[in-house]
Design a protein around this ligand. Structure first.
Ligand code: ACM
Ligand code: ZN
Length: 755
C-alpha cells in the first residue's frame, strides 16, 4: 500500500512538473500587459492562404491594410480580403460592435483558436490595439522592414479581454531645444502606437527656437526658428504647415491625438527676438543659445501680445483638430512684469493683487479665446498660481501636488512628475523600476476625484538630447510608462514585466530602436581595509547580460581588456576604468573611479558645519574615504556645503608625520558650485590648540562655465601631529553677475589627502 501511494505521489509530481514545463513554453510577451489573458497549448499559423474577413467598412479596410503592409514587408506576402459571410476558417476576423460596452472606445477582445483569429471592438481604436497585440504575439521578425525568410508566422492560442486604465497615455517631445525631423517624429508615432500610447504632446515653441510655421508672422520661421550657437554656427529648423498636417494625419491613422504646445507667457524669447515689441522692455533680443529660464516674456500689459497670440492660435486651431491646446504657463519669471508700467497698469486696472494674479489673468484671457473656438486648454501646474482658469486641465510636473490641487477644484489633470516621468533625467536617477512604480493617481486623493486624473505622460526635454540620443533616453523606460498607463494596478508586477522587457528587446532590435540601459550599469562596492591599506572592489552589473572589462593602468578599457571575474585588490592610488558592455549589442558604458590611498584614508572626519543631506558623499567620512568624485556633482562622491565654509578636523589616531595636504573641489558655476577662495591648514597635538601650517589662495575664476575639478596642494616643512584641520573658505553668496546673484553658493569637496 505504502509503495502504491508513493507511486501516485510520484505521478502527480511528474504531471505537475510537465504541466509547469508546458506553461513555461507558452509565455507571451505583450507590453503593455493586457488586463485578462489566457494562453493555451498550440498555435494558429498565418500563411499565404490566410484571409482577412471583415464587414465592408472603410475603417476596417484601413486597419487591414495597415497590418498587411507590415506583413508584406517582413513575410513577403499579404492577406487577401474576404467577405464576412464566407467560411471563417484560416482567417483573421475583424469585427466592429458586438462587444461589451464596458470595453469603451479603446478596448478589444482577441481570440486565437486553431481555426482563426478574431478581434472585436466597439470602435476602430480597439481593433487597432488588437492588431498591435497580434503583432506582439507574432515572432519579432514581423517588425522587420526587410523580408525575413524561413519564419513560421505562428500566434499562440490566447483569449484576451483588454482595455486601458487611463484615457491619456502620452509622450512629450521637445522639438525646440533640438530639432527633430519629420520622419523621426513619424517613427516615434509608430513606436507610441505599438505600445498603445495615444497622445503626442508636441512642444513647438521655446526660448531657443520657434518650430511652427505661422503664415501671418513670417519672421517666426525666418528669425525665431534659428539660433546662433556660442561657436558661431547656426542651428534650427521648423515644420511647415504641410509637414504638420502630414504628421497629424499620420498620428490620427494610428489613433494618436497630437497636442501642440504653444508656450505663454514665458519660454518665449525666440518669438520676442523677431517681435521685440511684444516684450516689456522692447528688446532687442536674440534667440536663446543657453539652457535655462529667461526673464524676458510676453508683456501682459500690452494688447499686442494678446493679438499676436490669438492670431497664432487661429492658425494652430486649423492645423490641430484635437480639442486640447497646451499653452505652457510654466517657469514665467515675474521680474519684467514687476518693473513694467504697462503690466502694473493692467494689474491696477483689473484690481489684481500681484504678478501671479496677472499670470492668471493672462492664462484665463487666452483660455476664453481658446474656448470660444471650441477648444480646451492644458497648462503646466504653475497655472494654479493666482487662480486657475475656469476649465483648464493641469499638467502636474513639480510632483503630484498640481494634480491633487486641480482634482480638488474639480479640474482634470495629466500627471508627469519630474520624479518618475522626466526621461531627460539619467537612468541612474530614474531607472526602469522607478518608472514602473509610477502611480499617476496622487496618494490621498479621494476616490470620487480619481476621475479627474486623465492619465500621464513621459516628458522628453531635449537640452542634452539631439535626435540621435532620444532612443536611449526613451527606451526601455517608455515600456514601463506604457504599462503604468494601460494596465490596471492590480496586474502590476515588476518581475514579470522585466522578463517581458528582455524578450521585447528583440522586437526593438527589428524596429531599429537604439535603446539604452535599464538603470545604473555597474555598482562599485569599494571596501577599505585599514590594516592592509588597500581597497577590495566588487563590481556588480546592473543587468545580467553585461560583460565587464577593466584597466588599472589608466588606459581606456576595451573588450580585449581584463574581464572582471572576482573582486579587485587596489593597493595604491590609481584610476580604475571600467567598460560595461551589453552582450550581443553595441550598448556600452564607461565608468571611471579614482582611488586615493594616503595617510588619512579610512580615518574619521569631524565637520564644524554639516554637509547638505542632498550631497552626503554617501558616507560621513567621504572626505577621507579614498574615493574621488567626477564632474557629475550627483555621483555620490561629493559632499556639498551650502552657504558655509568647509571646516574639517581629522584625527589620525596617533602622531603622524606629513609634509603636504591636498584637497579636491568642484566647480559647476551654472549649478552654483564654486571652488573655495582660500585653503588653510592647521595642526594640533591635543585637538584643542591648533597652529597654522600653511595656506593658499586658489585664484580660480568663478566665471568659468565648464564643470571641472581642482585638487590643491598646501606644502610645508615636514611636521608631526595627531590632529589636522582644513578650512576651505566658501565664495559666499553667488556673485552679482550670476543668474542667481545673492543666493548661497555651494562648496563641493570630495577628498582631503594627507601625504
Ligand atoms: C517643465 O518641465 N518646465 C514643464
Ligand atoms: Zn509688461
Amino acid at each position: 500500500m505504502k509503495k502504491h501511494i508513493s507511486t501516485i505521489v510520484f505521478l502527480i509530481f511528474v504531471s505537475i512538473f510537465f504541466s509547469c514545463d508546458k506553461k513555461e513554453k507558452i509565455k507571451t510577451n505583450i507590453i503593455p500587459l493586457p488586463q485578462e489573458m489566457n494562453v493555451f497549448e498550440g498555435k494558429f499559423i498565418i500563411n499565404k492562404t490566410t484571409k482577412f474577413l471583415y464587414d465592408n467598412n472603410e475603417d476596417l479596410k484601413q486597419l487591414a491594410l495597415f497590418f498587411n503592409e507590415k506583413l508584406e514587408k517582413a513575410a513577403g506576402f499579404k492577406l487577401i480580403t474576404a467577405q464576412s459571410s464566407e467560411d471563417d476558417n484560416n482567417c483573421i476576423i475583424l469585427q466592429l460592435g458586438n462587444c461589451p460596452a464596458m470595453l469603451g472606445n479603446e478596448g478589444y477582445t482577441f481570440f486565437v483558436t486553431d481555426d482563426n483569429i478574431k478581434i472585436s471592438a466597439n470602435k476602430p481604436a480597439g481593433i487597432f490595439y488588437g492588431l498591435q497585440t497580434l503583432q506582439q504575439l507574432l515572432p519579432s521578425e514581423i517588425e522587420s522592414s526587410r523580408l525575413v525568410n524561413g519564419i513560421e508566422w505562428g500566434v499562440p492560442l490566447v483569449s484576451i479581454t483588454d482595455k486601458p486604465r487611463f484615457v491619456w497615455r502620452g509622450m512629450l517631445l521637445d522639438c525646440c531645444r533640438h530639432f527633430m525631423d519629420k520622419e523621426f517624429i513619424k517613427r516615434y508615432i509608430d513606436l507610441l502606437a505599438y505600445h498603445k500610447m495615444n497622445r503626442f504632446h508636441w512642444h513647438l515653441t521655446e526660448d531657443q527656437g520657434w518650430r511652427i510655421e505661422i503664415k501671418q508672422f513670417p519672421e517666426l520661421t525666418k528669425k525665431s526658428a534659428w539660433r546662433t550657437e556660442k561657436d558661431g554656427t547656426v542651428y534650427g529648423g521648423f515644420y511647415t504647415q504641410d509637414d504638420i498636417k502630414e504628421i497629424v494625419a499620420y498620428a490620427k491613422s494610428r489613433f494618436i491625438e497630437v497636442v501642440p504646445e504653444i508656450e505663454m507667457p514665458g519660454h518665449s524669447l525666440a518669438a520676442l527676438a523677431a517681435y521685440p515689441e511684444l516684450s516689456c522692455t522692447g528688446g532687442p533680443f536674440e534667440v536663446g543659445n543657453e539652457w535655462g529660464v529667461f526673464k524676458d516674456i510676453y508683456c501682459a500689459g500690452n494688447e499686442k501680445s494678446f493679438e499676436f497670440l490669438e492670431k497664432v492660435l487661429d492658425e494652430v486651431f486649423q492645423l490641430f483638430p484635437f480639442e486640447y491646446i497646451h499653452i505652457g504657463g510654466d517657469e514665467a519669471p515675474k521680474y519684467r512684469w514687476k518693473n513694467c508700467k504697462k503690466c502694473q497698469k493692467r494689474i491696477a486696472d483689473n484690481g489684481l493683487k500681484d504678478e501671479h494674479e496677472l499670470q492668471s489673468y493672462f492664462i484665463s484671457r487666452m483660455e476664453k479665446y481658446i474656448n470660444d473656438h471650441g477648444k480646451r486648454i492644458i497648462g503646466w501646474d504653475e497655472i494654479l498660481e493666482g487662480g486657475l482658469a475656469p476649465s483648464a486641465t493641469v499638467q502636474s510636473w513639480r510632483g503630484f501636488k498640481g494634480a491633487m490641487a486641480a482634482a480638488k477644484q474639480g479640474h482634470d489633470a495629466i500627471v508627469s512628475p519630474t520624479s518618475h516621468a522626466y526621461f531627460d533625467y539619467s537612468v541612474e536617477t530614474t531607472d526602469l523600476k522607478k518608472v514602473y512604480y509610477f502611480e499617476p493617481v496622487p496618494s490621498g486623493l479621494k476616490p470620487e476625484l480619481e476621475i479627474h486624473i486623465l492619465g500621464g505622460e513621459c516628458n522628453m526635454w531635449t537640452e542634452r538630447a539631439p535626435q540621435e540620443e532620444i532612443d536611449n533616453r526613451m527606451f526601455p523606460r517608455i515600456l514601463a510608462m506604457s504599462e503604468v498607463l494601460w494596465t490596471f494596478k492590480d496586474k502590476s508586477n515588476f518581475f514579470d514585466f522585466h522578463e517581458r522587457v528582455q524578450n521585447h528587446y528583440n522586437n526593438l532590435d527589428f524596429l531599429g530602436v537604439k535603446y539604452g540601459f535599464e538603470g545604473k550599469t555597474v555598482t562599485l562596492i569599494s571596501d577599505f581595509d585599514s590594516l592592509l591599506k588597500s581597497f577590495n572592489v566588487k563590481l556588480i552589473p546592473g543587468q545580467n547580460d553585461f560583460d565587464i572589462y577593466y584597466t588599472l593602468d589608466g588606459t581606456e578599457p576595451t573588450n580585449k581588456s581584463e574581464s572582471y571575474i572576482k573582486p579587485l585588490k587596489i593597493t595604491e592610488s590609481l584610476e580604475l576604468k571600467i567598460l560595461a558592455q551589453k552582450q550581443n549589442s553595441d550598448l556600452k558604458k564607461y565608468i571611471n573611479q579614482k582611488y586615493s590611498i594616503h595617510k588619512a584614508t579610512g580615518i574619521t572626519v569631524k565637520l564644524k558645519y554639516p554637509f547638505s543631506p542632498n550631497y552626503t558623499g554617501n558616507n560621513d567620512n567621504a572626505l577621507t574615504d579614498g574615493l574621488r568624485g567626477t564632474t557629475n556633482f550627483r555621483d555620490g562622491k561629493w559632499q556639498g556645503f551650502n552657504g558655509v565654509d568647509l571646516v574639517a578636523d581629522i584625527d589620525m589616531g596617533k602622531i603622524e608625520s606629513y609634509s603636504r595636504i591636498k584637497a579636491g573641489f568642484l566647480q559647476s558655476m551654472l549649478s552654483w558650485i564654486f571652488i573655495p577662495k582660500e585653503i588653510i591648514i592647521y595642526a594640533s597635538y591635543d585637538g584643542k590648540d591648533f597652529h597654522k601650517l600653511g595656506s593658499l589662495i586658489t585664484n580660480t575664476d568663478p566665471h568659468l562655465e565648464d564643470k571641472f575639478i581642482e585638487t590643491f596642494t598646501v606644502e610645508f616643512d615636514k611636521t608631526s601631529s595627531r590632529y589636522i584641520r582644513l578650512i576651505a573658505k566658501s565664495l559666499g553668496p553667488n556673485p552679482e553677475w550670476h543668474e542667481a546673484a545673492g543666493a548661497n553658493s555651494w562648496l563641493f569637496a570630495d577628498e582631503i589627502i594627507v601625504e
